[in-house]
Structures are given as structure tokens and as C-alpha cells.
Ligand binder design. Structure first.
Ligand SMILES: NC(=O)c1ccc[n+]([C@@H]2O[C@H](COP(=O)([O-])OP(=O)(O)OC[C@H]3O[C@@H](n4cnc5c(N)ncnc54)[C@H](O)[C@@H]3O)[C@@H](O)[C@H]2O)c1
Length: 525
């Protein structure tokens, strides 16, 4: 679709709340108080409308680990098998519905999320320690996915135009694949499970959703909205659980598509397991695997540092560096290096570290104890290179001091591995070409940034970079549905871009019909 066609189809990004207005902030705090009175939420295993157990997983507040946010079921292999069985039944009805009808259901689900947006944002604050602006944006993104993929499915349903020859009619249409297993991470607890689920459903598949064990409450709220919007219970099951439930779905021969977003280690394991074609499985599974990154921002000698410094700090530390798109490395031209270190160090040392429910907070705690230990381990490896750190941090909660480290050897694990926390590493380079060599040497290729005033440099970097999303003279997080289709290359992803025009193609199979029309008449196309 062209921009004009999108507009005509009525898609526009859901507007975020204006948090500078006291009324908007008050409405969120009221929602938080209401939510707190309802905690802990109960999130059962949900298969074909049957509500199973809601115990086995406790999801707690990363900022106050004694606070129980949700008590969820712990799905096992048998639940996974039952959910796939139900989804097989659900697919027959859901997949047979016209694309426009499915889109209408997704829009109704979007309306439910819109009505509840304040409480859903509050839930992310509590369950994942997501600060208010990020929590609000996450809810908006979830709404966008439902609205966008519904419209894209209608477009896709029209099929493609093929070359026609006399006496022959050629058509190309897209059919849903069948049962989709959706396996999601916690860091966008509503938007990411929503995006993958909405895409699969919009294209006519039935879905079994296995959300992250850290965020079952948000996933439960998503599934409720989709069911209330009209997705039949058989066409959408919820399996709160750990990795074993996800692995059982991946192995199930009745699953056709696996949509995964998470770490590279798990994604690669899924790709390997899904390649098996046991006896009785007559299809090859399609895997959409969106994985980790080691995102670099290049700062050239002519960069506008007034622009670069706040954008780098925001990209690296907002949500404690736990966005897959977050900046992990800064590669700075040696001519600008001293000034940039000084200015970044100043900005890092005054970062506001605090609880997610406090509006001024920039750096909240990380998601869990294991994450805190992991980030601190990496920080200890770089302890001789710390140029700035915002300390002390609160005692209660999984806090890590946000830090800037400078001048580590290139082969340090801090420079090469995904840390997923508030730790950014800066390296001096001779020039932009050396910076691009560093980017090229990494196994990841998710997002990247460039600060330069030279159009020729921008063009050169854009042509050479392997990353899926390059941001020039701006922050490198915050991709918007329809505006910045999002996803990585290399070990960062094997799928097409989420929130973009190719995404649904992964959930369908193309079918071409060629008809001899010689005897029956002349094709009119
Ligand atoms: N590329 C992207 O678009 C994108 C977006 C968000 C997050 N991420 C990545 O996600 C990671 C953070 O999320 P996480 O900690 O939840 O990731 P994770 O890989 O630990 O878990 C993701 C999901 O996989 C499940 N899982 C774990 N082991 C499994 C197995 N063997 N088989 C099947 N499923 C299994 C988990 O239970 C969870 O639901 C980071 O690496 C981040 O970069 C990538």
C-alpha cells in the first residue's frame, strides 16, 4: 500500500499520552491505585475456553520483589499438546472467515485495549518496571499492530497481479498456514506478543501464545481483549509457562509457523528444533525468529554533539537498556572522542535512577535477580574502564548503576556480547570506515545509529551497514508501526520486518492457479 492508501484505509499510529500534562499523569496514578487493589492478577492456562490452573508461576515487581503482580498457571507438555489440538479445530472456522471479518475482530480487540490503556500501562509499570512513557508507548504499539495487520490482511487477500497470456488465466492468492505458536519475551510485554499474535490471526491462522514467564499478567490482558473482540476460544489459546512449554510447541508436528522473539541462544535452538520433519508431519515449519543485538552508534568528527549526547543517553539507558534496539556501543571518531567522553560522562552521572512508577525516573531496575547478576558480571569485567556511573542506586529492587565504560579491548565480551542492561561501551576509531569495520565484525545486526552532517557519509554508511534498522542523527529506539518496520539481520533475526508491509507473508503460503481458458472463453482481465 502507498502512504495515501494507508491513510485511506484509516491507519494512523495511536497517539501517546502527553505526560507533561498533570491531568494525564494523574489519570495514570489513579489507574495504578486501582490496579494495586486488584493484585495479584490470576492468569490461568486457557485452552478452548477452559480455564486451567492459575498457579505455578509468580510474577513479581522488579522494583519491589515482595509485591506479587500475577499468579499464573505453569503449562507443561500436555497443555501444549491440548492447545495445539484445539487450535487445529479453531483454524477451520477462523481461517475460513473473510479477511475483512477477521480485521474487524482485531479492531474490536484494539478498541478494548484503548479503553483500558491506563490500567494496561500501570500493569507494565508493576510487572516489568517499565517507566510510564515506555509503558504507554508499548500499549499504543499493541493497538497499532492490531489496526495495521488487519488492514494489511485485507490487502494481501486481494492477491497479486500476474502476467496474463491469451487463453490462460493466472491468479496468485495467499492461504493461511494453520497453527501458529507465538513465543514472546517480557521486555515489550503487551506489544510484542500482540504483534506476532495479531499478524498470525489476521492472516487466518489459529494461535497458541506462550508468553514470557516474567510477564504473564500483560499477556493475559491481551488474550482477554482478543477473545472479547471476537476471536473464538479455539483459535487462540494462552499457555503461561517457562521455556519447556515453548519447546513443546516448537516440537509439535501439528504446528505450522513459529513466531519467536527473544534471545539469540533460544532463537537458534528453535530454528534447529523446528527443522525436524518427523514421520507424519507433511510440512516444513516456518520460523520467524527475532533475536538479540549489539547495537552501535557511530559518531563522526563533524557530528552535532548537542544532538548526539542526549540521543545516545536516551537510546542506551531508557528502560535500563532493556530494549532490543538499545545502544550498547558508541564508536566515536578520535577527533570528537575527548569531548564526547566528557559530555556523555556528565550526562550519565546525573541519570535519574528510581522506581518505574515515579515520573522523573529514567533508569528503572532490571527485570529480575538473574539479569542484575548478569549485568554486574559484565560491569566487573570492565571495572578498570568505568568513565561514569550514576550511583548510589536504591537498595530494594533489581537495580544496576547505569555506566559508561571507555577504551575496552575490541575482543572484550563487554564489546561483543549482548548484555541487555544499562551499560554502554565507548571505543575510539580512526574514522567512520574503521567504525563500520567494527560493526561488520559483530555477529548481530539489529539496529545502528550514525551522527554525521555529511550526506556522503550518511549514504556510505547506509549502503554498507548490515543492520536491519539504521537511524541517522536521532535516537535508535522507538520504531513505529508502519513508519519504521522493525527487525534485524544476521544472528539478530531471520524474519521480515514487524510492523511493515512484508510481515504477513510469513504467516501465509502462496498459491498460484493457472487455468486454460481456450475452450471456455477469453479471459477478460
Ligand atoms: N529482535 C527483536 O525484535 C527483539 C525484540 C525484543 C526482545 N528481543 C530480544 O529478547 C531478549 C530478551 O527477552 P527474553 O529474556 O524474554 O528472551 P528469552 O530468549 O530468554 O525468552 C523468550 C521466550 O522464549 C521462551 N523460551 C525459553 N527457552 C525456550 C526454548 N528452549 N524453546 C522455546 N521457547 C523458549 C521463554 O520462556 C520466553 O517466552 C533479548 O535478547 C532481546 O534482544 C529481540
Amino acid at each position: 500500500m502507498t502512504v495515501a492508501e494507508h491513510a485511506a484505509a484509516g491507519f494512523r499510529n495511536e497517539p501517546i499520552l502527553e505526560l507533561r500534562r498533570a491531568a494525564a499523569r494523574d489519570s495514570l496514578l489513579t489507574a495504578l491505585r486501582e490496579l494495586d487493589e486488584r493484585l495479584p492478577l490470576s492468569v490461568p492456562v486457557l485452552i478452548g475456553g477452559d480455564r486451567g490452573a492459575a498457579e505455578g508461576i509468580d510474577s513479581t515487581d522488579p522494583g519491589a520483589p515482595h509485591r506479587l503482580v500475577a499468579r499464573a498457571g505453569r503449562a507443561g507438555e500436555e497443555d501444549a499438546a491440548a492447545a495445539v489440538e484445539a487450535a487445529g479445530r479453531g483454524f477451520r472456522d477462523w481461517g475460513a472467515r473473510p479477511a475483512a471479518e477477521r480485521a474487524e475482530v482485531l479492531r474490536a480487540a484494539a478498541a478494548r485495549l484503548r479503553e483500558r490503556r491506563l490500567i494496561l500501562a500501570a500493569l507494565q509499570v508493576r510487572e516489568c518496571a517499565k517507566p510510564w512513557p515506555e509503558a504507554d508507548a508499548d500499549v499504543c504499539e499493541a493497538i497499532d499492530f492490531l489496526e495495521y495487520y488487519g488492514r494489511e490482511a485485507i490487502e494481501l487477500d486481494r492477491g497479486r497481479t500476474l502476467v496474463q497470456a491469451p487463453g490462460e488465466r493466472n491468479t496468485m492468492r495467499y492461504a493461511a498456514r494453520g497453527v501458529a505458536a507465538v513465543i514472546s519475551p517480557w521486555n515489550f510485554p503487551l506489544a510484542i506478543p500482540c504483534g506476532m499474535t495479531a499478524a498470525a490471526l489476521a492472516a487466518g491462522n489459529a494461535v497458541v501464545l506462550k508468553p514470557a514467564e516474567q510477564s504473564p499478567g500483560s499477556a493475559g490482558a491481551l488474550v482477554d481483549a482478543l477473545h472479547e473482540g471476537g476471536v473464538p476460544h479455539d483459535a487462540l489459546a494462552l499457555l503461561p509457562g517457562y521455556g519447556d512449554a515453548g519447546a513443546a510447541l516448537v516440537r509439535d508436528p501439528r504446528v505450522h509457523v513459529i513466531a519467536f522473539t527473544g534471545s539469540s541462544a533460544v532463537g537458534l535452538e528453535i530454528v534447529r528444533a523446528a527443522a525436524e520433519t518427523p514421520a507424519g508431519q507433511s510440512h516444513v515449519k516456518r520460523v520467524v525468529s527475532e533475536m538479540g543485538g549489539k547495537n552501535c552508534v557511530i559518531v563522526d568528527s563533524d557530528a552535532d554533539l548537542d544532538e548526539a549526547v542526549p540521543d545516545i543517553v536516551h537510546s542506551a539507558f531508557i528502560y535500563a537498556g532493556q530494549k532490543c534496539s538499545a545502544a550498547a556501543r558508541v564508536l566515536v571518531h578520535e577527533a570528537a572522542a575527548d569531548t564526547l567522553v566528557e559530555r556523555l560522562a556528565g550526562a550519565v552521572s546525573v541519570l535519574n535512577v528510581g522506581q518505574a512508577d515515579s515520573f522523573p525516573t529514567e533508569v528503572p531496575p532490571v527485570i529480575e535477580r538473574e539479569a542484575q547478576e548478569r549485568v554486574l558480571r559484565y560491569r566487573a569485567q570492565a571495572s578498570d574502564h568505568v568513565a561514569a556511573s550514576a550511583e548510589p542506586v536504591p537498595q530494594e529492587g533489581w537495580f544496576v548503576p547505569p555506566s559508561l565504560v571507555v577504551g575496552l579491548p575490541e575482543d572484550s565480551p563487554v564489546n561483543r556480547e549482548e548484555i541487555f542492561g544499562p551499560l554502554v561501551s565507548m571505543t575510539r576509531v580512526r574514522d567512520v570506515d574503521e567504525a563500520m569495520d567494527v560493526v561488520d565484525s559483530l555477529p548481530f545486526a539489529l539496529t545502528g545509529g550514525l551522527f554525521s552532517r555529511s550526506p556522503a557519509t550518511v549514504e556510505r554508511v547506509a549502503a554498507r551497514t548490515p543492520v536491519g534498522n539504521l537511524y541517522v542523527n536521532r535516537g535508535i529506539t522507538g520504531a513505529m508501526v508502519g513508519r519504521q518496520p522493525f527487525g534485524g539481520n544476521r544472528r539478530s533475526g531471520s524474519g521480515s520486518k514487524a510492523g511493515g508491509p512484508d510481515y504477513l507473508l510469513q504467516f501465509v503460503e502462496p498459491r498460484v492457479v493457472t487455468e486454460n481458458t481456450m475452450r471456455q472463453g477469453i479471459p477478460v482481465e
